[in-house]
Design a protein around this ligand. Structure first.
Ligand code: KG4
Ligand code: ZN
Length: 337
């Protein structure tokens, strides 16, 4: 098996949803380029991601973005040691483009290929460029498609403690924002609006807050906002945004801290698009300080979909001598094991 070295150059592609992304990493911590071509504006016209539109965009954006990333990294294609891409979970036709491109490059240049789990990319992103690298922790992935609480024992050693039964946290942000007439994606809009609102103005449900498990549910909260909306005056929209956000954050913080205690972990790490949320970051910092836990947060650029997190996982795996077969297929429902 190929044994990676600290000077290995890996090119990684991420095309699981609506961001086309390319990154180049040297070793495990030297990020030479991380380019993201967002499709937000295009999908915004439809109020959400349209899979067919997403894959067509990847098709046209991938090559120029790849060349731009190489130029920014100051690296020539034949200097690369390996090629990586997200294999899942995500939209089938979008995943296919990134994975096939990485495989094609690996075949053409006779280099190893690595298929990466998008969720592992998110999960490990808070450890990137941190002293000591990946360490035992409770990881919370909160994105547009997932809300998962994971006990991390080390790289590749994951125990899923719980996940959402219905909407993901980011999905709840996006759906509530849509109900409130805010643009897509709604998460950052609610974050902004909530900053001037009163989180105690409206009493909204905290589903499963006290259940003795690590499951989540956000669809009831969304429905509660829908029923409340007709009675909310226009000047109270910031209060509604803040009250909704507080309900989501309360549940995420309580269950994550409980998981850390129950599993005897000293570190909590947050990842995924929703972990950009300023209130979430502040409340987690407060709760971790109070409980004597270390909090690891990724740079906001690494929280939303990007290829740097895919490159990081690929680099960790490559250094450990693990590469993927060229027969590895996409898996839209890939989970963390
Ligand atoms: O990780 P990500 O880019 O894509 C997925 O893998 O799903 O996450 C996107 C999600 C969207 O639902 C978006 O509204 C949410 O992250 N998001 C936020 C914030 N920034 C992005 N949610 C709340 N507050 C934010 N600041
Ligand atoms: Zn993601």
């Amino acid at each position: 098996m190929d044994q990676g070295t600290s000077s290995d150059l890996i090119l990684a592609l991420e095309t699981s949803c609506d961001e086309t992304a390319v990154a180049v990493i040297r070793g495990q911590a030297d990020l030479l380029a991380s380019e993201v071509a967002s499709q937000v504006e295009i999908h915004g016209r439809y109020g959400g991601v349209v899979p067919e539109v997403a894959s067509r965009q990847h098709l046209t954006q991938l090559k120029p973005l790849l060349l731009l990333a190489l130029e920014k990294a100051g690296v020539k294609m034949d200097e690369l040691s390996a090629f990586a891409a997200t294999a899942g979970p995500g939209l089938a036709t979008s995943l296919m483009l990134g994975l096939s491109t990485a495989k094609g490059l690996a075949i053409g240049l006779d280099r190893p290929f690595l298929a990466v789990n998008h969720l592992e990319g998110h999960l490990l992103s808070p450890f990137f460029q941190k002293p000591g690298g990946v360490q035992p922790a409770i990881g919370l992935i909160v994105s547009g498609g997932h809300t998962i609480l994971v006990d991390v024992a080390g790289v590749g050693e994951y125990h899923v403690l719980g996940q959402t039964r219905d909407d993901a946290a980011g999905e709840a942000f996006d759906k509530v924002a849509k109900l409130m007439g805010l643009p897509y994606p709604g998460g950052p809009e609610i974050d902004r609006l909530a900053a001037t609102g009163d989180p105690r103005r409206f009493n909204l449900p905290r589903s499963m807050l006290h259940s003795d498990d690590f499951q989540f549910s956000f669809s009831g909260l969304k429905t509660a906002v829908r029923y409340l909306l007709p009675e909310v005056p226009p000047e109270a929209m910031a209060d509604l945004a803040a009250s909704f956000q507080e309900a989501v954050v309360d549940v995420l913080v309580a269950k994550t801290i409980r998981a850390a205690r129950r599993r005897g972990r000293q570190t909590v790490c947050l990842s995924g698009g929703v972990s950009c949320n300023r209130r979430l970051r502040a409340r987690f910092q407060e709760a971790c300080d109070k409980s004597g836990l270390q909090l690891l947060l990724a740079d906001p650029k690494l929280c939303t979909d990007n290829a740097a997190m895919i490159a990081y996982v690929a680099a960790l795996r490559f250094a450990a001598g693990a590469i993927s077969l060229l027969t590895t297929d996409i898996n839209p429902n890939l989970s963390l094991r």
